[in-house]
Design a protein around this ligand. Structure first.
Ligand SMILES: Nc1ncnc2c1ncn2[C@@H]1O[C@H](COP(=O)(O)OP(=O)(O)O)[C@@H](O)[C@H]1O
Ligand SMILES: O=c1ccn([C@@H]2O[C@H](COP(=O)(O)OP(=O)(O)O)[C@@H](O)[C@H]2O)c(=O)[nH]1
Length: 242
């Protein structure tokens, strides 16, 4: 398994935050951000990297917010998972507009919108040069799309999991709350878990650790970051097994 330090990863799983896709808006999707993100993805795919995507749902619904509004946990999480399907359809459209072949595979059965997830089929589609978007998270309540991203990265045998988020890496404290927080260039999963560094949920990090899946966290708003990472530059934070 390559760690992207020495060679260009052949297959990546890119996890995009739902919230980051809404840009300056309060809700929903910013078409310009969708377009820019799609073009960055297509650029990497055309350079020969197989790209799979997991997109969050936080720009539409998060289970936690719905529970605060009085909806029961399971229904709230199901609504959150459906929000990820909407984002997947929007990204599929943006990718199609750039002339690339892209499939949506869902973890919950919604046959008319996307086919049910199969790791074997996903690997085949990726090998054939299609972009695959994994929608509906893990299909189970009480999980997040970070966990779905870790799980799918392992299942498709990705070389690297990339988490594109609102901050530019993993810090020793939440940088949005602590201005003195210091960013790590590299980190191991044991330390991230022991220190409860909350840039990603613990389930996702444990999955990566147990399955030796390296992860790089970077800022989704930095337009050149994805290309630079794929070219081997050390952008953001690389989290690996110790
Ligand atoms: N140690 C940390 N390092 C970096 N970010 C952190 C840390 N602890 C908490 N965060 C927060 O985690 C957020 C990213 O997590 P989350 O909101 O779940 O991301 P996403 O919506 O991209 O899945 C960041 O916006 C940041 O404020
Ligand atoms: O496997 C999963 C993935 C997601 N969700 C729900 O979908 C919402 C949206 O996902 P997430 O919060 O991970 O989106 P992001 O923060 O990445 O935009 C979550 O809040 C959960 O309610 C879930 O129940 N199971």
């Amino acid at each position: 398994m390559s760690d992207n330090k020495s060679q260009r990863p052949k297959r990546i799983l890119l996890k995009l935050s739902g919230e980051a896709l809404m840009g300056e808006m309060d809700f929903g999707l910013d078409p310009e951000i969708l377009k820019q993100t799609a073009s960055q993805i297509v650029e990497q795919q055309q350079l020969g990297t197989e790209v799979a995507l997991v997109i969050g749902g936080g720009n539409i619904f998060r289970g936690e917010g719905l529970v605060k509004g009085g909806i029961n946990k399971v229904s709230a999480d199901q609504m959150g998972m459906l929000a990820t399907v909407m984002n997947a359809l929007a990204m599929q459209d943006a990718l199609h507009k750039q002339g690339v072949s892209c499939r949506v595979m869902t973890a919950m059965s919604i046959d008319s919108l996307g086919e049910s997830f199969s790791a074997d089929k996903a690997r085949r589609y990726l090998s054939n040069g299609e972009i695959v978007i994994f929608a509906a998270g893990t299909g189970n309540p009480c999980f997040t799309t970070d966990s779905a991203a870790s799980l799918r990265a392992i299942e498709i045998e990705a070389d690297l999991l990339l988490k594109a988020t609102k901050v530019d890496g993993v810090y020793n404290a939440d940088p949005k709350k602590d201005p003195a927080a210091v960013r790590y260039d590299t980190l191991n999963f044991d330390d991230a878990i022991d220190q409860r560094l909350a840039v990603m949920d613990m389930t996702a990090m444990v999955l990566c650790r147990e399955n030796n899946m390296p992860m790089r966290v970077f800022n989704m708003f930095d337009a050149g970051a994805l290309a630079a990472i794929m070219d081997g530059q050390q952008i953001g934070t690389l989290v690996e097994v110790a």
